[in-house]
Design a protein around this ligand. Structure first.
Ligand code: HEM
Length: 398
């Protein structure tokens, strides 16, 4: 029976730039506590930074979405993630086997080599935007195409098909989608990628999907490869796109810090990326796990089979880890944030996301110093109904 005295989760943001205020209150009282989900279950919610890292590095917590007790975000994500499993929902040793196939591609050194190409993509998109008449929607003109073009080139997915994969990913990450819609979107994207992988097997090119389809011909089925490709395509662009758009909106609210950033000090640009990741928490639905054994966390006993939600948005605003956590300070050393998760599932694409954001934050405001919001802030529509937080559109002028 759902216990209505237990707070419902997720809570809604009151301010678009801050986590829901209830999360801070809960953390101050008790870092390990129960919440109530859409299906009436009562998983544990972990809000304190230290307890979060303890859970995420503990192998006794499983990411396997098929296990009973796993705290699903919605009925739709339960249906979709059970149907197509990729390594984000696997435990060791299976998880490591698949993740290792990709680690060389996402190594810092390899990703740094892409920086000039990413710079060119960013510059060209800015040229095109500036050639038009303001206002423009920063999301469709810039924030979405940057990561989309980058991940397409890396994987070897034709960007001309971006309508299809952007539409499918949006349905997959929307909390308003029905189970049927989410499954259909996942299937459509997977079928598209299976066809693409078939073509690459016949005519391999110099890209990640070609390499995988050739190297893993004996070890992975086409369907498993397509599940991996779906993960890379979806994880790689909604997230970065929202960091670009919401990051820009945040900086426009902090003109002094934006002016400093515009001066182009590479060290400040790097720390700005980390601080905005910490501050904005765009992946705001919590890292979800289920205990496989009884485990004590923060003085509480979490029993085998119980679900756990690690609210990294609360952890990134925990003052024991970040002094004055609710203040945006681009000079802060925020590198130990948990915006990319922590432990074995920590974001594989983080070196790529970092370079993309460094290039964007280091270029856009310098090249368009008069960039401003073209509508009142109250008219901006925020993504409260998406697994990845951000803005739907961002009308800007210059
Ligand atoms: C700012 C942008 C990004 C953010 C905030 C972000 C955030 C995250 C988070 C929080 C996780 C952990 C999931 C968990 O613990 O359950 C994760 C995992 C992952 N991310 Fe990212 N991500 C970003 C960009 C990217 C990019 C560009 C890629 C590249 C294609 C990518 C690929 C992945 C993959 C493959 C995983 C699964 C890792 C595993 O399970 O071992 N992400 N990401």
């Amino acid at each position: 029976m759902p216990d209505t005295r237990v707070p419902a989760y997720p809570m809604k943001r009151a301010c678009p730039f801050d986590p829901p205020p209830e999360l801070g209150r809960i953390r101050a009282e008790d870092s390990v506590t129960r919440v109530r989900l859409w299906d009436g279950s009562h998983p544990w919610l972990i809000t304190g930074y230290d307890d979060q890292r303890a859970v995420l590095r503990d192998r006794r917590f499983s990411a396997d979405v098929r296990r009973p007790g796993y705290p699903h975000v919605t009925a739709a994500s339960r249906a979709r993630r059970r149907r197509s499993r990729s390594f984000i929902s696997m435990d060791e040793p299976e998880h490591g086997k698949y993740r290792r196939m990709l680690t060389s591609t996402f190594m810092i050194k390899r990703v740094e080599a892409l920086r000039p190409r990413i710079q060119k993509i960013v510059d060209e998109l800015i040229d095109t935007m500036l050639a038009g008449t303001p206002p423009a929607d920063l999301v469709s003109a810039f924030a979405l195409p940057v990561p989309s073009l980058v991940i397409c080139e890396l994987l070897g997915v034709p960007y001309a098909d971006h309508d299809l994969f952007q539409r499918c990913s949006r349905t997959m990450v929307s909390t308003r989608s029905t189970a049927e819609e989410a499954v259909a979107a996942g299937d459509e994207l997977k079928e598209y990628l299976v066809r693409l992988l078939d073509r690459k097997a016949d005519e391999p090119a110099d890209d990640l999907l070609s390499r995988l389809v050739v190297e893993q011909a004996e070890t992975m089925t086409r369907s498993q490869l397509a599940d991996m490709a779906v993960l890379l395509l979806v994880a790689g662009h909604e997230t970065t796109a929202n960091m670009i758009a919401l990051g820009t909106l945040t900086l426009l609210q902090h003109p002094d810090q934006l002016a400093e950033l515009r001066e182009g000090d590479p060290e400040l640009i790097k720390s700005a990326v980390e601080e905005l990741l910490r501050y904005l928490n765009i992946v705001h639905s919590g890292r979800r796990r289920v205990a496989t054994e009884d485990v004590e966390v923060g003085g509480r006993l979490i029993k085998a089979g119980e679900g756990v939600i690690v609210a990294t948005d609360a952890g990134n605003r925990d003052e024991s880890a970040f002094p004055d956590p609710d203040v945006l300070d681009l000079h802060r050393d925020a590198r130990h944030h948990v915006a990319f998760g922590y432990g074995i599932h920590q974001c594989l694409g983080q070196p790529l996301a970092r370079v993309e954001l460094q290039v964007v934050y280091g270029t856009l405001y310098r090249r368009v110093p008069t960039l401003r919001l073209a509508v009142p802030l109250e008219e901006v529509r925020f993504k409260h109904d998406m697994l990845v937080y951000g803005v739907h559109e961002l009308p800007v002028s210059w």
